[in-house]
Write a protein that binds this ligand. Structure first.
Ligand code: NIG
Ligand code: FE
Length: 383
C-alpha cells in the first residue's frame, strides 16, 4: 500500500464538523485512494512519500452537485440581450436542445470533457451531470451515456422543458413512461424543472414519483422565478435536494429545515440573469443544510467555477467564508447523499484542493484570481 504524507499544511479545512473543522499547522496522510490520518503536523505518522505543501491551505475538493454539461452551441446572443435588459426565460433551453440534437456523439463527449477538465483545474473533484438538452428517448439516453463517462452522479432531466411540437400532456406521459424506462439504467437521479414555463406541481409530482418507483433518487429545480410548489414536493417525496430556492415562502423554509432536504443555492444563475440572490441567511438561521453549486449551463449560468460561486455567496448572499466553503464541499456531498467526499477524515476519498493561499478565506477575498495550486482525486494528482 503506497502512503503519502502531506506536510507543512498552513491551514487544513477538514469539513468534519464532528472533529477539528479547521487545523492550523496540519498534516494529512493518504493511503492509496483514501485519507488515513489528519491532525497536527507535530504528531504526524511516517509515510512512503512526503509532499511539502509549503504553508498553503488544503481543503476537500469541491462537490458541484448541480451542472448541465452535455450540450452543443452557446447562447451568447441571449446573454448580450439580457445584459441590455431582456428577461431570462425557460424557453431559451429549446435553442440548446436544437443544437445538441444536431451534434455528433464525439462532439458532445469532447465538449463535456473540456468542461470537466475546466472544473478539475478549479478544484472540483465530484460533479453531478444532468441530461436535459435531448428531450427524446434517444437523445436523453445518449446524454446520460456521455455524462456517465465522467461521473457516477448522473441525473435524468427529461423534464427540463416541453420540446417544440409536442403537447405537454403527451410529453409528461412520455417522460414518466418510455423515456424514463430507457434512461433509468443510466442515471442515479431524476430531476424536474418545476417552474412557470416548464412543469407544474402535478406534472412534477407525477414524473418524480415515477422516477422514484424506477429506483432513482429525486432532486428538483424549484423556486427559481417565483414561489411555487417545487420545494413542498421535494420535501414531500424525500428528495435529496431542492435547487435554486430563490423565492421561498416561510413554509418552504420550515419544510427544508425539518425534512433534511438540502437547499442548493446557485448564485451563478442570479449573477448571469441579473436576478435577486436567494436569502441564504434565512435558510441557515432556520437550520437548513445549504449547498453551493455552479448550475453550469449555456443559458443561465455559464461558469464552471466553484471559487467564483463561493465569492458570490460571501459577497452577495452574506454567507461567511466558512459557511460558503462548507456549502461547496460538505453541503454538495449531502445534496448527493455521499459520506465519502466533501470532508477530509480517515476513510474519506482523498480528494484535495491545495490553494495558493494561506486560508480558504482567500477564495472570496481574492475573487477571480486562480488560487488552485494542486488538485488530488482519489489519492492521485490530477491538476
Ligand atoms: O438551472 N432552470 C433550468 N435549467 C437551467 C437553465 C438551463 C438553460 O437555460 O439552458 C438552470 O438555470
Ligand atoms: Fe439547473
Amino acid at each position: 500500500m503506497a502512503s503519502i504524507l502531506f506536510d507543512e499544511i498552513g491551514l487544513l479545512y477538514t469539513g468534519d464538523q464532528t472533529g477539528g473543522e479547521e487545523i492550523a499547522s496540519a498534516a494529512l496522510v493518504v493511503e492509496d485512494e483514501t485519507v488515513a490520518w489528519v491532525g497536527p503536523a507535530a504528531s504526524a505518522p511516517q509515510a512512503d512519500r512526503r509532499v511539502d505543501v509549503g504553508g498553503r491551505c488544503v481543503l476537500p475538493g469541491f462537490v458541484d452537485s448541480h451542472a448541465h454539461l452535455v450540450f452543443a452551441g452557446d447562447r451568447t446572443a441571449e446573454f448580450v440581450a439580457r445584459m441590455s435588459g431582456e428577461q431570462y426565460r425557460a424557453g431559451g433551453i429549446r435553442t440548446t436542445v436544437a443544437a445538441t440534437r444536431e451534434a455528433a456523439d464525439s462532439v458532445l463527449a469532447a465538449r463535456t470533457a473540456a468542461l470537466v477538465t475546466e472544473m478539475l483545474a478549479q478544484g472540483t473533484t465530484t460533479v453531478e451531470i444532468k441530461s436535459g438538452y435531448g428531450l427524446t428517448e434517444e437523445d436523453e439516453r445518449r446524454s446520460l451515456e456521455i455524462a456517465g463517462a465522467f461521473t457516477e452522479e448522473t441525473t435524468f432531466l427529461g423534464a427540463h422543458v416541453v420540446p417544440a411540437g409536442v403537447s405537454t400532456d403527451d410529453y409528461v406521459r412520455q417522460v414518466a413512461g418510455p423515456m424514463l424506462a430507457a434512461c433509468a439504467p443510466l442515471a442515479r437521479w431524476i430531476d424536474v424543472f418545476c417552474e412557470r414555463g416548464a412543469f407544474d406541481g402535478d406534472q412534477t409530482r407525477e414524473i418524480l414519483s415515477a422516477g422514484i418507483a424506477a429506483g432513482l433518487g429525486a432532486r428538483v429545480h424549484a423556486a427559481q422565478f417565483g414561489v411555487g410548489p417545487g420545494v413542498e414536493i421535494a420535501c414531500e417525496l424525500g428528495a435529496a435536494s431542492a435547487d435554486h430556492c430563490t423565492h421561498l415562502s416561510d413554509d418552504d423554509v420550515t419544510a427544508l429545515a425539518t425534512s433534511g432536504v438540502v437547499a442548493t443555492l446557485l448564485p451563478g444563475a442570479e449573477f448571469s440573469t441579473r436576478s435577486p440572490y436567494p436569502d441564504a441567511r434565512r435558510l441557515l438561521a432556520a437550520g437548513a443544510t445549504v449547498a453551493l453549486a455552479t448550475d453550469c449551463n449555456p443559458g443561465s449560468s455559464y461558469t464552471s467555477s466553484m471559487p467564483f460561486c463561493i465569492a458570490l455567496a460571501v459577497r452577495e448572499m452574506r454567507m461567511t467564508p466558512l459557511e460558503a466553503v462548507r456549502a461547496a464541499t460538505h453541503g454538495g456531498a449531502r445534496a448527493l447523499r455521499r459520506d465519502d467526499i466533501g470532508v477530509l477524515r480517515p476513510g474519506s476519498r482523498a480528494d484535495l484542493a491545495v490553494l495558493d493561499a494561506p486560508s480558504y478565506v482567500h477564495l472570496a477575498y481574492r475573487p477571480g484570481v486562480p488560487l488552485i495550486h494542486q488538485v488530488w482525486r482519489g489519492g492521485r494528482k490530477v491538476a
